[in-house]
Write a protein that binds this ligand. Structure first.
Ligand code: 5GP
Length: 297
């Protein structure tokens, strides 16, 4: 074997081993970010250095291994590509935290949990030739503006709705109950109303506060009310902050729209998969549930 080929083979094996090791540990996003940064950036961090090695010596290995979400096996990956999914996630977000996440000084964010989306797990953008059509949901406009507002762009909600339809709605539409835009948005509003998260939190005495909550208390209280395991997502503490900030509460449904646990014992999913740029599954421990700006004064 020529020395160059032997070197390539050696680097390939090293790279493959590293990629797989990264996968076993968890975050696919992190791995891909490392890869990208490694391509243009610093040589200083060890992880970046290894990925540079992959780029130099074995681009085909990077292609084959590093770009597959590593927590999924081959069969799982095929399901994602085939747009197969098994649960629906009703994602509520706390507008104050949304504004904090994007570092936007929102003027008057709603002081109640609003809808981020109704998301099938493991499937996105299932039908690029089914465009969003505002006309179809015109009748729902008052409820949409109230409960599913674009928190970041409150003067133009329809961009956000278009995004949610194209990314998530086209996949949810595999269900007869959600197989039109009217049914998808109307059905999501129906589930949101049925869940009554805002009044349930109030009943539980969980209100925005300058005092911190324990995440396990919130999760346990919600689980006892709904009878299923929810998922709570937080913004990790920024520099100078003591604790994480609560951002999203997810409740999950079966395909026949019955509540189910968001994660089953042994199921992947508590590994910190981030839905937004900064959101992660909350760490056990204290968390800030930030009051809206005016009542914080
Ligand atoms: P997804 O793309 O899966 O629906 O949700 C994640 C993205 O939605 C993140 O980029 C997050 O910043 C964004 N996002 C969250 N809430 C809002 C919102 O109220 N309006 C808009 N325009 N984007 C949002």
């Amino acid at each position: 074997m020529k020395p160059a080929a032997a070197r390539g083979l050696l680097l390939s094996s090293l790279c493959l081993a590293l990629c797989c090791r990264g996968g076993a540990r968890g975050s696919p996003t992190r791995l891909r970010v490392y890869h990208w940064r490694g391509g243009v950036g610093s040589w200083l961090s060890t992880s970046h250095w290894f990925i540079r090695v992959c780029d130099l010596g074995a681009p085909w290995v990077t292609l084959l291994s590093c770009h597959l979400p590593p927590e999924h096996g081959f069969e799982e990956r095929q399901k994602i590509d085939n747009h197969e999914w098994k649960k629906l996630i009703m994602v509520h977000h706390w507008p104050v935290t949304v504004c904090k996440e994007v570092e936007k000084d929102c003027r008057d964010p709603p002081d109640y949990w609003t809808i981020h989306g109704l998301w099938p797990d493991r499937a996105e953008e299932c039908n690029g030739s089914w465009p969003f059509n505002f006309e179809e949901i015109k009748d729902l406009l008052p409820e949409m503006k109230m409960y599913w507002p674009d928190v970041i762009h409150p003067l133009n909600h329809s961009h956000f709705w278009k995004h949610e339809w194209e990314k998530h709605g086209t996949c949810a539409a595999q269900l007869d109950a959600l197989n039109s835009q009217k049914k998808y948005f109307g059905g999501s509003l129906g589930l949101y109303e049925k869940l009554e998260l805002n009044s349930i939190l109030q009943k539980l005495g969980i209100k925005p506060s300058i005092n911190y909550y324990q995440i396990s208390d919130i999760k346990d209280a919600l689980a006892s009310m709904y009878g299923v395991v929810p998922k709570v997502q937080c913004l990790p503490p920024k520099q100078g902050e003591e604790v994480q900030t609560i951002g999203q509460i997810e409740l999950c449904f079966t395909k026949d729209l019955r509540l189910r646990n968001c994660t089953e014992p042994g199921e992947l999913g508590e590994s910190g998969r981030a839905w937004g740029p900064g959101l992660e599954v909350c760490e056990d421990g204290p968390a800030f549930y930030p009051p809206p700006p005016q009542s914080a004064r």
